[in-house]
Design a protein around this ligand. Structure first.
Ligand code: ARG
Length: 462
């Protein structure tokens, strides 16, 4: 006995290994809801076009609803011999309603079916990711508003650079997540054309109405070229590219959480909710969630690299290679969703250590640029001011005092134009408070930006 779906010209069963390598049901059963929705839209269109009788269309719709319920209640039996979700649904429909089921596949093929189903799945995943990123932004912006004026060390090269505020630092991640959402939105816009009815690759001679199915499934329009429609996986690549960049952003914050919560640094603390203990060292509190978010970025990047490699050099149109597009994609987009949720939880949970933050912000002569800027305002060229401030730092360092405690007379011995006023500017509070340029770290800026984000995010939720 040969395959029921395509076995007309076959005399015998496939080899067990053939069946194993060919079957995708273990993965694409995740698309059952999309497959059934697309079949219902297709059947309704076939009936409207007179390709299918109203009676058969009704039976098909009912049968498809039954199958959906069977799958959702765990009663549906999946078997490798039926290859993929498309054949499973059609074979079960045959059992349920008889020969009318065989009329459903008119004017379509599994090639346009799988492209349609997967587009629907990716589109829904993008919707979930966008909502999750919105929650993440809200958590960051709320925390930023709470700590708009709290100084923290701003680092470049992991060296103390200039004081910034903790709120400003958190808002940097809000901006990144905003661009991530923009990339997902772009991907969704380009994705939203319906492949259904492109059939195997050439279209069909049957009088189908592709606008109708596109509309029914929430697409903006049908795809314009049947070859492209079945050969295209750009929508997956774009979603994965956006996901990979978002995951890279999350991994950077994750890494900072790992560093900042280390007892060696101690700038930040997480509670019991997002840490774990050690099985042997009772004192430990490990930032496992942050570490796992950091690691998941590797798998998400891997999924993008894998699909690029699968698609590279594939001739048009559909090739079975493309069946390998789903496993890593589904896993990666689900992993990203979980990572965002974990990161949102950690952001809500994290508490900065105010005293250590301030101490670290002031350490390392972090306000030396403020001294140089003061000299610039007094008319020195910046290069010269930089040199003078550098000599003063060196002198203060050998005297073992921070800049704002260094004696005025000792500064004046290096640069006579320095006045009392300059000294008062060298505390971390004065330093961050002075950075009022657009996009700068001044607490007033941070409050304004945090409120702007919160308002915007509130509005999109309404
Ligand atoms: N399981 C297949 C996939 O995921 C569906 C399309 C199969 N098409 C075909 N002509 N064999 O890509």
């Amino acid at each position: 006995m040969s395959n029921k779906m395509w076995g007309g010209r076959f005399g015998s069963e496939p080899d067990a290994i053939m069946e194993e390598i060919n079957a995708s049901i273990g993965v694409d059963r995740a698309l059952y809801a999309q497959d059934i929705a697309a079949s219902k839209a297709h059947a309704e269109m076939l009936a409207q076009q007179g390709i299918l009788s109203g009676e058969d269309a009704g039976k098909i719709a009912q049968g498809l609803d039954t199958i959906r319920a069977e799958i959702e209640s765990g009663k549906f039996s999946f078997q490798r011999a039926l290859e993929d979700i498309h054949t499973h649904v059609e074979a079960r429909l045959q059992e349920l309603i008889g020969p009318a089921a065989g009329r459903l596949h008119a004017g379509r093929s599994r090639n346009d079916q799988v492209a349609t189903d997967f587009k629907l799945w990716v589109r829904e995943a993008i919707g979930r990711l966008d909502a999750a990123l919105g929650d993440y932004q809200r958590a960051l912006a709320a925390k930023a508003l709470d700590h708009a004026g709290m100084p923290m060390p701003g680092l470049t090269h992991m060296q103390t650079a200039q004081p910034v505020t903790f709120g400003h630092y958190l808002l940097a991640y809000v901006e990144m997540a905003g661009r991530d959402r923009g990339r997902f939105a772009d991907a969704r816009t380009r994705l939203n054309e319906c492949p259904l009815g492109s059939a195997a690759l050439a279209g069909t001679s049957l009088p189908i109405d592709r606008d109708m199915t596109a509309r029914a499934l929430g697409f903006d329009r049908p795809t314009a070229n049947s070859i492209d429609a079945v050969a295209d996986r750009d929508f997956v690549l774009e979603a994965l590219a956006a996901a990979a960049i978002a995951a890279v952003h999350l991994s950077r914050l994750a890494e900072e959480i790992v560093i900042f919560t280390s007892p060696l640094v101690g700038l930040l603390a997480l509670s019991d909710k997002f840490t774990t203990g050690s099985s042997i060292m009772p004192q430990k509190r490990n930032p496992d969630a942050a570490e796992l978010v950091r690691a998941k970025a590797g798998r998400i990047i891997g999924a993008l690299a894998a699909l690029l490699a699968i698609m590279k050099g594939l001739p048009l149109a559909y090739q079975k290679d493309m069946q390998e597009d789903k496993e890593a994609t589904i896993e990666a987009l689900n992993a990203l969703e979980l990572s965002i949720a974990a990161m949102t939880g950690m952001v809500r949970d994290m508490e900065p250590d105010k005293a250590r933050m301030k101490k670290a912000a002031a350490a390392g002569y972090s306000t030396a640029t403020d001294l140089a800027d003061w000299l610039v305002r007094k008319g020195l060229p910046f290069r010269e001011a930089h040199h003078v401030a550098g000599r003063i730092v060196a002198a203060a360092e050998s005297a073992g005092v921070p800049l704002h405690r260094f004696a005025l007379a000792s500064m004046q011995a290096i640069e006579p134009r320095i006045e009392e006023e300059a000294l008062s500017l060298l505390t971390v509070e004065r330093s961050v408070g002075s950075r009022t340029s657009f996009g700068g770290t001044a607490p007033g800026n941070v409050r304004r930006e945090a409120r702007k984000w919160l308002k915007k995010l509130e509005k999109e939720r309404a």
